[in-house]
Design a protein around this ligand. Structure first.
Ligand SMILES: Nc1ncnc2c1ncn2[C@@H]1O[C@H](COP(=O)(O)OP(=O)(O)OP(=O)(O)O)[C@@H](O)[C@H]1O
Ligand SMILES: [Mg+2]
Length: 215
């Protein structure tokens, strides 16, 4: 479902990735780890096709970085759930509207929007906060709203870039538990983190990247 084959990428400053190879199989849970600046976020950017490899190719479902058209990229991204460390919620609207937004942009009917948003908010345990504004939530709750928003289009994979980076241990454990439940239901998870302790506490496949090279 995700194949990264001999992909390399250099930013104009000269840093980047060298010949990265790895696959994510359906339903897998992978930690992507490595020091700050190693290239974790760059790998995620290759997968959601924010950047394109300068050698090799990246295949995501039936899209290939070698021949995907610009207008196809939004369709690819609808099949991915993307979660960043800094929550990126819309602060002028409530929790329900933040999640609904992800469906409105894909042209979902109003009736279906309500049903899907309530279902996914229940899944992350935040139905009772659906009318709150983001600033009325804790950091952990805000991150769970972001995850709900990422899930509402039923992605086959969740790409999470340091999703617990700003959270305390309790909120981190909640978010990890949520990612596990999502994974058990069949959604693959690729989570970038440099939190070694967190990784060691889980029995998962680990892809380590050092200075742009997959170890
Ligand atoms: N837009 C950019 N322009 C130039 N260089 C960049 C750009 N983005 C990242 N880099 C460089 O590429 C390398 C890899 O960056 P990347 O963001 O993938 O690292 P990371 O593993 O995600 O690090 P962190 O743990 O700090 O998030 C770094 O040396 C970084 O400075
Ligand atoms: Mg990063």
């Amino acid at each position: 479902m995700v194949q990264i084959h001999n992909a390399s990428f250099r930013y104009s400053g000269g840093e980047g990735l060298e010949l990265v190879n790895f696959n994510v199989d359906p339903g897998e849970f992978i930690f992507l780890t490595g020091d700050s600046g190693a290239g974790k976020s760059t790998i995620l950017k290759l997968i959601y096709m924010d950047i394109f490899p300068q050698t090799g190719h990246v295949i995501v479902n039936n899209y290939n970085s070698l021949n995907i058209k610009k207008r196809e990229i939004p369709f690819l991204r609808r099949k991915l759930g993307i979660v960043f460390q800094d929550f990126k919620l819309l602060h002028d609207r409530d929790v329900f509207a933040n999640v609904a937004f992800a469906l409105e942009v894909t042209g979902t009917r109003k009736r279906d929007i309500k049903r899907k948003v309530l279902r996914v908010l229940a899944e992350v345990g935040l139905n009772h906060k659906r009318n709150k504004m983001p600033r009325q939530l804790s950091g952990g709750e805000q991150q769970r709203v972001v995850i709900a928003r990422a899930l509402v289009n039923e992605p086959f994979i969740l790409l999470a870039d340091e999703p617990t980076g700003n959270l305390d241990p309790t909120a981190t454990a909640e978010v990890m538990g949520l990612l596990e439940r999502i994974n058990v239901r069949g959604t693959a998870v690729l989570m970038a983190t440099h939190n070694i302790q967190l990784i060691q506490s889980q029995n998962r496949r680990i892809v380590t990247i050092e200075k742009g090279i997959v170890k």
